[in-house]
Ligand binder design. Structure first.
Ligand SMILES: Cc1cc2nc3c(=O)[nH]c(=O)nc-3n(C[C@H](O)[C@H](O)[C@H](O)COP(=O)(O)OP(=O)(O)OC[C@H]3O[C@@H](n4cnc5c(N)ncnc54)[C@H](O)[C@@H]3O)c2cc1C
Length: 407
């Protein structure tokens, strides 16, 4: 009998999971609260670990049609402008890991996964379907949406993001961790990027209490910018106090960003000044996972940000969601005569394979924030280490060679 699974959340993680399970012959209901899937979000970086999974799923052509493939990652001082370190990407990283490093707009990655899912038999994406709660029985899980519609499966995967309801029911209510950091996001058409910065690289500018990252997306036709500063949503940033912390789309003012950045070098200021329209979002996460039980229990598992939300300073949020999905697909594929009884053990193996790697990525992401925003002696030590150790400090073989095979 075909196995059936319910996935809450149709973001990058939910769609990747639907694709991975469908490829393993499992049919899927995806419940997505949004009424429509549209052009939301900005740029994402995809390390070779994520690109490896997309390639295995036959999505190399779709990725090349939408992404950019930067030649290097250059770290510069936001005040003096000098280069602090460089990691060669392009053909060098491809030779090292067998896959390239890509940068892509979130909507494009979401779109290519949706197209792939739509080509699979047995996947139904339900829009306007907001999961309210679930009930487990010894042989199944029943998900209830806010409109009282019911969906039953052999397992429920909570891919419903940072504010996950599946997580709250599985692990109890735990407040998200406020980072005190805000991300200003904008896009610039390539022809308006200052000539000195027009190239196919990722540039990260570091300064005390700030960093800025920009890179090409949409095959190089646009550049994505994100500027991270310290502050509180609604207090000198964005709208009035009480702004919805869950929104990805607060309108932001260039004046607020400029004030928060303080004096930065001319190249950086010119780049930021080319953005017409800024959006703002508050960066929240949760402490690193502490056990496999935080990933799955019985017939219910968490995936992506629902399980391990992180700060975007290692650029691996989408990649970890994709790796989680790949692992589930791999386990389902490897199980002979997959049956309803197999799911608790399959999800337990998923949790065992994933939790420590995800915890490490969460921990390294938060640590990068401290290093990026350092001042005083830590800043000097960081700059000296980059000068001395060069590429080896910026490369992440433990990460980019993934995802690990299920254990
Ligand atoms: C609108 C949006 C824009 C984003 N933009 C960026 C960006 O520009 N840059 C970046 O680096 N990262 C961005 N992210 C985050 C990034 O996509 C994720 O960190 C990463 O891809 C992990 O994805 P995820 O699927 O686990 O979680 P998410 O991407 O958060 O997806 C969760 C999905 O679940 C849905 N959902 C939530 N609650 C329920 C419920 N109760 N019932 C049904 N569905 C539910 C949400 O609508 C969403 O589609 C964005 C996320 C979202 C939702």
């Amino acid at each position: 009998m075909t196995q059936h699974v319910v996935i809450a959340g149709g973001g990058i993680g939910g769609l990747a999971c639907a694709l991975a399970l469908a490829r393993a012959g499992v049919s899927v209901d995806v419940l997505e609260q949004a009424a429509a899937l549209g052009e939301v979000g900005a740029g994402l970086q995809l390390g070779p670990n994520a690109v490896r999974v997309l390639a295995e799923w036959g999505l190399t052509g779709a990725l090349h049609a939408r992404a950019a493939f930067p030649e290097d990652l250059r770290v510069r001082d936001a005040h003096g402008g000098q280069t602090l370190g460089r990691l060669r990407l392009g053909s060098v990283i491809r030779a090292r890991y067998g896959q390239p490093y890509a940068t892509i707009h979130r909507a494009d990655l979401h779109g290519l996964l949706l197209e792939a899912v739509q080509q699979q038999r047995g996947v139904q994406v339900h829009l306007g379907a907001r999961l309210a709660s679930y009930e487990t029985t010894p042989a199944s899980v029943q998900a209830r949406c806010e409109d009282d519609s019911l969906f039953q499966g052999a397992a429920l995967i909570g891919a419903d993001g940072l504010w996950s309801r599946v997580r709250t029911q599985l692990l109890g209510a735990q407040p998200v961790r406020l980072s005190g950091h805000l991300a200003y996001r904008g896009m610039v058409p390539a022809e308006r990027v200052p000539a000195a910065l027009r190239g196919s690289g990722v540039t990260a500018w570091l300064g005390p209490r700030l960093h800025v990252v920009h890179y090409p997306v949409k095959r190089g036709d646009w550049y994505n910018l994100v500027a991270v500063v310290h502050g509180v949503l609604g207090q000198g940033h964005g709208g009035p106090p009480g702004s919805d912390p869950q929104s990805w789309s607060h309108e932001a003012r260039w004046n607020d960003l400029q004030r928060a950045l303080g004096p930065v070098c001319k190249d950086l200021l010119d780049m930021l000044g080319a953005v017409d329209h800024w959006l703002l979002w508050a960066l929240n996460d949760r402490p690193p996972m502490a056990s496999e039980q935080e990933h799955a229990q019985g017939r219910v598992a968490l995936l992506g940000d629902a399980a391990h939300p992180l700060r975007p300073y290692l650029a691996q949020g989408a990649a970890m969601a994709i790796e989680d999905a790949w692992t589930l697909g791999r386990l389902a594929q490897a199980q002979p005569d997959l049956a309803t009884d197999h799911w608790p053990e399959l999800l337990a193996r998923y949790a065992r394979t994933r939790w420590a790697r995800n915890a490490m990525v969460q921990q390294r992401s938060a640590r990068n924030g401290t290093i990026f925003h350092a001042s005083g002696a830590l800043r000097l030590a960081r700059n000296a280490a980059m000068a001395m150790l060069g590429e080896s400090l910026l490369d992440n073989p433990w990460l980019y060679s993934g995802p690990p095979e299920p254990s």
